[in-house]
Design a protein around this ligand. Structure first.
Ligand code: 13P
Ligand code: SF4
Length: 359
């Protein structure tokens, strides 16, 4: 079986070389064939994903998996993959997986020359902020985020005028341009801690209004919220969760705090994607409903064979722009390179670094 990346060959002619490709050179596109050698060399990886990828699909993934893992070594590259990446990326080619905070921390400590971001654009920008001298690539720069797109640097400046002296906390799901205007960043796993670290009685919290509501429920600090929302999590409803519960009293419900407050209120636990994974692993519920992006359940299922997953998942179209063929092209052609104006990056880095320094 021959699996060819036609896109790669056409795009190689159509797209100008990135600066990184000029510096480091383009490599030949590997031949992508399902051979006994590929089958043998990827068998241990298929073992990890066999619960969520049917055997008939593996011959399509495996040649990419082998080619990507070979090229990573050749390029001294690492792949940082968010927990919402598809199981073949998360389990078979990623070097580091995690939630936004874990990825930001690990981006700052890698020795690799090249970081490929398996995730969305604001994550790749965060990696660049923490590694200004490394080559940061995102396999598809159109992988955006409804939260990051809901606010601009000019909006933050207007908020500061409206609320003089009130510090601004930005969820990492924001552009570097926005990070450059704020006091400190947070993720869903440290938002309450970050808000309380400022020692004030009110903060501006942006851009996610639902995360803001969920943080406000856990602190005495008054939260002034922006009106953004995650297009994946805002669609879950409390009625939907209650209907699942009514049919299955043993079901554990675990929600991401980007969900509306009323969804979190009818859940057993809420936390970042890493905290959700920890909950499933440590509590090992018989049946669990993860109120979050679709690939999470697949990725946790590979490691928790005794847990049954109920799947009312919503798909993040941005996360799903990252695919094995595009990761391979990133490694071959060194695209798409993430660059940030150095003066803006210096200001944005401060707000990310303040968060990381909080521990
Ligand atoms: P965390 O992985 O930090 O919980 O973030 C979830 C998310 O929606 C990232 O885009
Ligand atoms: Fe953005 Fe939501 Fe997609 Fe995460 S899941 S990248 S917050 S749109």
């Amino acid at each position: 079986m021959l699996v060819e990346t036609h896109l790669g060959k056409q795009a190689a002619q159509a797209v100008p070389l990135s600066d990184a490709a000029m510096r480091l050179g383009v490599l030949p596109m590997p031949t992508l064939q399902w051979t006994p050698e590929v089958e043998r060399e990827t068998a241990h990886l298929y073992e990890k994903v066999k619960r969520v990828i049917p055997p008939v699909e593996w011959p399509f993934h495996a040649p990419y998996v082998k080619a990507i893992n070979d090229l990573k070594r050749q390029r001294n590259a690492v792949i940082l993959a968010h927990n919402y990446q598809t199981p073949e990326i998360y389990n078979c080619v990623a070097d580091v997986v995690g939630d936004s905070l874990q990825l930001a921390r690990l981006a700052g400590s890698t020795n690799a020359d090249i970081i490929i971001q398996g995730g969305v654009h604001f994550m790749a920008e965060t990696s660049k902020l923490l590694n200004p001298d490394k080559t940061i690539l995102i396999p598809d720069s159109k992988a955006g985020c409804s939260l990051a797109e809901s606010i601009t640097g000019a909006d933050v400046r207007a908020l500061r005028k409206q609320y003089p002296g009130v510090p601004v906390v930005a969820y990492v799901n924001t552009s570097a341009e926005v990070k450059a205007e704020v006091d400190i960043c947070c993720t869903s796993s440290n938002a309450v801690k970050v808000v309380e670290s400022l020692g004030v009685d009110r903060v501006i919290f942006l851009p996610d209004r639902f995360l803001a509501q969920n943080v406000a429920a856990q602190t005495k600090v008054k939260i002034i919220a922006w009106t953004g929302a995650c297009e994946v999590h805002e669609r879950f409803t409390a009625e939907e969760i209650s209907a699942y519960r009514a049919n299955d009293p043993e079901l554990k419900v675990i929600a991401h705090p980007e969900c509306p407050r009323e969804v979190v209120e009818v859940s057993d636990f809420a936390g970042s994607t890493a905290a959700m994974i920890d909950y499933v692993k440590s509590q090992a519920p018989k049946r669990v409903l993860l109120v979050t992006e679709c690939s999470m359940a697949d990725n946790v299922a590979t490691e928790t064979p005794n847990v049954e997953f109920v799947r009312p998942c919503n798909l993040c179209p941005h996360m799903k722009r990252i695919t094995l063929p595009k990761i391979l092209e990133s490694l071959v052609y060194l695209r798409e390179e993430v660059t940030i104006d150095p003066a803006l990056a210096a200001r944005a880095r401060l707000s990310v670094q303040r968060m990381i320094d909080l521990g």
